[in-house]
Design a protein around this ligand. Structure first.
Ligand SMILES: Nc1nc2c(c(=O)[nH]1)N[C@H]1C(S)=C(S)[C@@H](COP(=O)(O)OP(=O)(O)OC[C@H]3O[C@@H](n4cnc5c(=O)[nH]c(N)nc54)[C@H](O)[C@@H]3O)O[C@H]1N2
Ligand SMILES: Nc1nc2c(c(=O)[nH]1)N[C@H]1C(S)=C(S)[C@@H](COP(=O)(O)OP(=O)(O)OC[C@H]3O[C@@H](n4cnc5c(=O)[nH]c(N)nc54)[C@H](O)[C@@H]3O)O[C@H]1N2
Ligand code: SF4
Ligand SMILES: [Mo]
Length: 841
């Protein structure tokens, strides 16, 4: 027995996924021995999920990289030995600096910086900005994260309420519909949501989960509604039909006052404007006259009718909406989604009743609108080619009953709304950025000029790099990518490999020699979150997805185990060597634009620790001591910032999206003016989603040949998947649990379907799509829709770094299509479901 010379519980922040739950880590004699939740966090109240708990196995993983590596074999390809040689950090940095100096002096666009490490992505964004390359703004550059994750939900959330995501206000909800979100496992903080949803149900709230498989959320819900993949939009339109056309149930007052639903729309689909002021007009149905939308003398707004005004004739946007959804009856929706029409009608009625339209609630002595019903969802709803419109339909139904930003209704990830034109809120995707970046050929390989309604693309970068002539983009020379393994996590590995081979120089900041690292020229071994200093959380200082805001700081529990360096320190060192750390436009300046003024432009801070300490000193206010003591000063977002009417600052939500329509017109103009249709593979298809109202269109997978009679889907479990670390396959503890779980490493098929196909539980089967096939062991179950084959998580690793190598059902993503056709035409959202068949192996 050794004496305990060191025995401490140290507060820091989890990075086993991006939710950033505060944790405390027990260190004994220099060894981290236990991770627990940090009880001082209002959202998590001291919980962690299984992944958070298993973080020690990441720190002490024997497969971790131990020092920098240089490639000696210039030929890159699958199964080709890179010929790694160990080098010193000095040499590694010198190689990179030399290369970056050359790019700095010639064409700065030739550098791309990306990847997504939830801890430290702000560093690569800031570094790219300071370097002056347009190929870095999206934090997801060249990673899988960009397109496989949330461009559908993010685009729709941004457009409607200025926030990347929408989720139920579980604190006050009475009726929650989750359509395609792994609530309590993945969607929002698993830890906080398990508690919040549990509490809500104990209060009597009803939880309805719409999902092709009986997720853990569905298992804990009052009702599970199995749905055909990629058809949630139809289900939601069917509900809206019932609410509007059958029940006459919608929040007219909310629509009039908090949205632009009463704005008069002309035959050209744009608002009818007052000739004098140029402001949109509404029809005052008491005075029977047109008034500008902001006229303080409005007595009441017309939502229906046709009106002649001095600015032309028009109908209220809501009238147009009602006519538009007349086609979407529950019977129609049932045929598409497989959810029976009576179920759609019943859920719509329950939802409409639960919304308590017209009711109010007093919190802290202030009265707020109370609409305790909402629909939330994430990748299941959005990660399809039609996902942007499905997520938009979710936003519409929430607005329809007055729930968006109301107490008990649909909450936003962040509380910032940006005032836009015509009294309507806008968001960071709109405006100046797009107007400015209209060079042709495009300056960037982000495809931002072609697809302004997305902050996160991904795979299309690889296609642009592999085939620049098809897209008329300038290929890059050097990629610095961090914490990403797109060969496993990307939509289709073949495309990623093709693109990677065409990148002349690729520096990978990683902790494993994973599949993607095999294509690197330089490997910079990172520290894990338990070995470094970092300012974490969204720049706006909220946790990613619990309604807590404040400052969170990671600090090392142990010194870096090997000859590894925190990625932040690499960026700092590079910036310093390149002369872009200080001064206007430098790294410090770029960090200030993300975090608010914290850093002196003239100070050459030496490392991430100095940045973290400066940040706390400048931005921590009276809480500095508290932040150091408990690792954070998180508080619930104050009530007035969360809810209507105060949260909108007098602006309205776009029930009718003029912005999207206008953006479509602008893109078309840009393409036509530049003859881009002649120069690129793009065609009319890229415009069809730009409309003022969402509409139903099937996913591209419905065009696959009929022999692929089933659907294949994949989801994240509480044991892992990706972002970050492709768990459980890279974590010994999680892998051990996964293998004991009867579902986690299997191919799931409904019992009736298995019987029809003569397939027995436990046998080996092939799942084949038009694009690829995987083999695995069958699990026959009642917990999945009869038309659906399911697999959980990311498997299919084939390099030594993953303990899960050769275990599990193979890489689901080989089943997915590739190319622009398999992405959302507006959002570039990857289609993550496939049509497939299943047969005995
Ligand atoms: N445990 C865990 N938590 C995580 C992560 C992780 O790797 N593991 N990663 C984080 C990241 S990066 C993200 S983006 C979030 C994602 O969080 P989620 O969006 O919750 O993640 P998924 O599991 O991909 O999908 C959610 C659900 O959608 C269902 N689904 C699939 N297709 C459809 C469909 O067409 N319609 C409907 N209605 N449902 C469908 C799946 O069965 C699954 O239950 O999680 C974050 N949190
Ligand atoms: N089949 C399937 N594919 C998916 C998903 C899914 O649910 N199923 N989810 C999609 C989603 S939502 C996302 S966001 C993406 C995420 O996909 P990626 O962006 O690829 O992220 P991860 O898989 O989390 O991490 C990949 C690599 O990061 C490295 N890594 C781990 N920890 C660290 C660290 O601390 N520092 C550094 N520098 N490197 C580290 C490891 O080498 C690991 O292989 O995957 C997408 N792909
Ligand atoms: S939800 Fe994510 S951040 Fe929170 S404990 Fe689990 S892995 Fe860590
Ligand atoms: Mo993600």
């Amino acid at each position: 027995m050794h004496a305990r010379t060191d025995d401490a519980w140290i507060p820091t922040v989890c990075n086993m996924c991006y939710q950033h739950c505060p944790i405390v880590v027990h260190r004994v004699n220099g060894v981290a021995v236990k991770i627990e939740g940090n009880a001082t966090c209002p959202g998590t109240q001291g919980g962690t999920c299984p992944k958070g708990n298993a973080g020690l196995m990441k720190l002490y993983d024997p497969h971790r990289l131990k020092r920098p590596l240089k490639r000696t074999n210039s030929v890159k390809g699958l199964g080709i030995d890179p010929g790694w040689v160990e080098i010193s950090w000095d040499e590694a940095i010198a190689i990179l600096v030399e290369r970056l100096r050359r790019i700095q002096a010639t064409d700065r666009r030739k550098l791309a910086v990306g990847g997504f490490n939830p801890d430290s992505w702000t560093w690569n964004v800031a570094f790219a900005a300071a370097f002056g390359t347009p190929n870095g703004g999206a934090p997801n550059m060249f990673s899988a994260m960009g397109h496989m994750c949330g461009p559908g939900p993010h685009g729709a959330g941004q457009m409607i309420h200025g926030s990347e995501n929408t989720h139920p206000d579980a604190d006050y909800a009475k009726y929650i519909i989750i359509a395609g979100g792994g609530a309590m496992e993945a969607y929002q903080s698993a830890v906080a949501y398990a508690r919040l949803f549990g509490d809500a149900r104990q209060r009597g709230a009803k939880l309805v989960v719409v999902d092709p498989q009986q997720s853990r959320a569905a298992a804990k819900a009052d009702e599970w509604i199995p749905i055909r993949p990629a058809t949630d939009g139809a289900f939601l339109f069917g509900m809206m039909y019932t609410l509007v056309h059958e029940l006459d149930r919608y929040d007219a007052e909310y629509l009039k006052r908090h949205t632009n639903a009463a704005y008069l729309i002309g035959a050209d689909r744009y608002p009818v404007r007052d000739p004098q002021t140029g402001k949109p007009l509404i029809w005052d149905c008491v005075d029977n006259v047109a008034k500008t939308y902001d006229d303080p003398g409005i007595k009441d707004y017309a939502l229906f009718g046709a009106y002649e005004t001095s600015g032309g004739s028009g109908r209220p946007a809501f009238h147009i909406f009602k006519e538009h959804i007349r086609q979407y009856t529950p019977e129609w929706a049932a045929q598409i989604s497989s959810v029976p029409a009576p179920t759609i009608r019943r859920v719509a009625r329950e939802f409409g009743d639960a919304a308590q339209i017209g009711s109010t609630i007093a919190i802290d002595g202030v009265t707020y609108p109370y609409r305790p019903a909402s629909v939330g969802g994430y990748r299941g709803l959005g990660a399809h080619t039609n996902g942007f419109h499905s997520c938009w339909a979710m936003e519409m139904i929430n607005m329809l009953v007055g729930a968006t930003r109301a107490v008990g209704g649909a909450r936003a990830w962040n509380s910032s709304t940006i005032p836009g034109p015509d009294g309507v809120v806008t968001h960071y995707l709109a405006g100046a950025e797009y107007e400015a970046s209209t060079a042709y050929p495009p300056d960037s390989i982000t495809f931002h000029e072609y697809f302004p309604v997305t902050g996160t693309n991904g795979l299309i970068h690889y296609e642009g790099q592999a085939h620049p002539e098809k897209y008329n983009v300038t290929p890059i020379d050097t990629l610095i990518m961090e914490c990403s393994n797109p060969i496993i996590t990307g939509q289709n590995p073949a495309v990623v490999i093709e693109g990677l081979k065409k990148i002349p120089f690729f520096a990978d900041i990683t902790i494993y020699l994973d599949e993607t690292a095999q294509f690197a020229d330089l490997i910079l071994p990172d520290t894990t979150y338990l070995e470094h200093w970092e300012i974490v959380g969204m720049p706006r200082r909220t946790m990613w997805s619990v309604e807590d805001e404040g400052i969170m700081i990671q600090r090392p529990i142990v010194e870096p185990l090997y000859d590894t360096r925190p990625s932040a320190n690499v960026y700092i060192e590079l910036a310093s060597a390149l002369g872009i750390q200080t001064g206007p436009g430098g790294l410090n300046d770029a960090l200030n634009s993300l975090y608010g003024p914290a850093f002196d432009l003239s100070t050459p801070y030496r490392n991430a620790r100095e940045y973290a300490e400066t940040f706390v000193a400048r931005c921590g206010g009276v809480d500095q001591e508290l932040i150091w003591k408990q690792g954070h000063n998180l508080q619930r977002i104050p009530v007035p910032k969360r809810y209507l009417p105060t949260c909108l600052d007098g602006f309205r939500l776009p029930f009718y999206s003029v912005w999207l329509m206008k953006t479509g017109d602008r893109v078309r103009d840009y393409m036509e003016k530049n003859n881009a249709f002649q120069h690129t593979v793009f065609d009319e298809h890229m415009f069809f989603e730009y409309a003022p109202l969402p509409f139903w269109h099937p996913s591209v997978i419905e065009e696959e040949p009929a022999e692929f009679d089933l659907y294949a889907i994949n989801w994240k479990s509480s044991l892992g998947t990706a972002a970050s670390g492709t768990l459980p396959a890279t974590n010994a503890w999680l892998m051990e649990i996964a293998e004991r779980d009867p579902y986690a490493t299997r191919i799931l098929l409904n019992a009736a379907t298995a019987k029809r196909k003569g397939l027995q539980d436990g046998t080996m089967v092939w799942v084949e799509s038009p694009h690829g096939k995987i083999k695995g062991r069958l699990k026959v179950t009642e917990t999945i829709h009869p038309e659906v084959i399911g697999t959980i998580g990311c498997f299919g690793h084939y390099t030594d770094h993953a303990v899960g190598r050769g275990r599990g059902p193979g890489n689901f993503n080989v089943l997915l299509g590739s190319g622009f056709r398999y992405m959302g035409p507006t959002s570039l959202q990857a289609e993550t479901a496939a049509r497939a068949k299943i047969y005995a192996a």
